[in-house]
Design a protein around this ligand. Structure first.
Ligand SMILES: Nc1ncnc2c1ncn2[C@@H]1O[C@H](COP(=O)(O)OP(=O)(O)OP(=O)(O)O)[C@@H](O)[C@H]1O
Length: 256
């Protein structure tokens, strides 16, 4: 028996065996990355802008867990937006891996990444990105339509999201009838309406005074608790950092 087993071990692995082994390795890798909502492993991003290549991300490692508020802090030009774009699949790393919700995000086709992004992620930008002719309610509905959510559920979900951000009395107002902070709260309601598990926010408080910025952070804390979402945001405002679960400090394409 022992002899025959040894002989079997010495045989070169057949092709189906290798495929099986590869699948097992991938399964193991997936299990490791499954524990985290998102993990970033040695990510590099190099832009070919004109002459010399520009190395903007220089070996980034990070992770996001469920129900966390994580901030990326750094000076202008340090690479925060570039990293956020890679996390959201709007851009792809030149090197390295990004695992999202157990999937190798860096290996997915553009189409698959877009699908995952639409269903499982929400985005908030500095300049609110609302449709100017639509009311707050219609802006939130639009995001449900884009995500393919059945129409019958829209009203309840829209009401709930606008209530969560404290705008139940402003549902029929259009963006120009709202303050900057209120517009940003509509943008948040819009970003969470389709129940994403990850919310990415690029400088969501940059256009707001400190009072309004504090309100936005309080809304973020509420939706993390009630909507089971993780938020990763960029900022260079040191005053709002104390509410973060973790702050990654970025200098020249690296975390320090
Ligand atoms: N598509 C691109 N092509 C070439 N260079 C780029 C591209 N995108 C970003 N960069 C460069 O990468 C560097 C980092 O830019 P990035 O926008 O990520 O920084 P940031 O930390 O978000 O800055 P800010 O706080 O001002 O938004 C900058 O020098 C920028 O010019």
């Amino acid at each position: 028996m022992i002899f025959s087993k040894k002989k079997k071990d010495e045989q070169p692995a057949s092709e189906p065996d290798l495929v099986k082994e590869e699948k097992q390795d991938l399964k193991l890798e997936k299990e490791v990355h499954n524990e985290k909502l998102l993990s970033v492993v040695n990510v590099e991003r190099v832009f070919q802008a004109g002459g010399a290549p520009l190395r903007v991300l220089k070996g980034i490692n990070m992770e996001l867990r469920q129900n966390q508020l994580v901030m990326l802090r750094g000076r202008s030009g340090s690479g925060k937006t570039t990293l956020l774009n890679c996390l959201g699949g709007l851009d792809t790393p030149t090197e390295g891996e990004i695992w999202f919700n157990g999937r190798p995000f860096h290996k997915l086709s553009d189409d698959k990444r877009t699908l995952v992004r639409r269903k499982e992620m929400g985005f908030i930008f500095q300049a609110f990105a609302l449709m100017p002719l639509l009311s707050a309610k219609e802006n939130v509905e639009l995001s449900l339509r884009m995500a393919g959510v059945p129409r019958g559920t829209w009203k309840e979900r829209v009401d709930h999201c606008l209530e969560l951000v404290g705008l139940e009395k402003r549902m029929n107002h259009r963006p120009f009838e709202l303050s900057g902070g209120e517009q940003q709260r509509v943008a948040i309601a819009k970003a969470i309406a389709h129940k994403p598990i990850l919310l990415l926010a690029d400088e969501p408080t940059a256009e707001l005074d400190s009072n309004m910025a504090a309100q936005i952070m309080s809304v973020f804390k509420t939706i993390i608790r009630t909507e089971q979402v993780t938020i990763c945001m960029t900022t260079h405002d040191p005053t709002i950092m104390e509410v973060a679960d973790h702050v990654y400090e970025m200098v020249d394409g690296k975390f320090i």
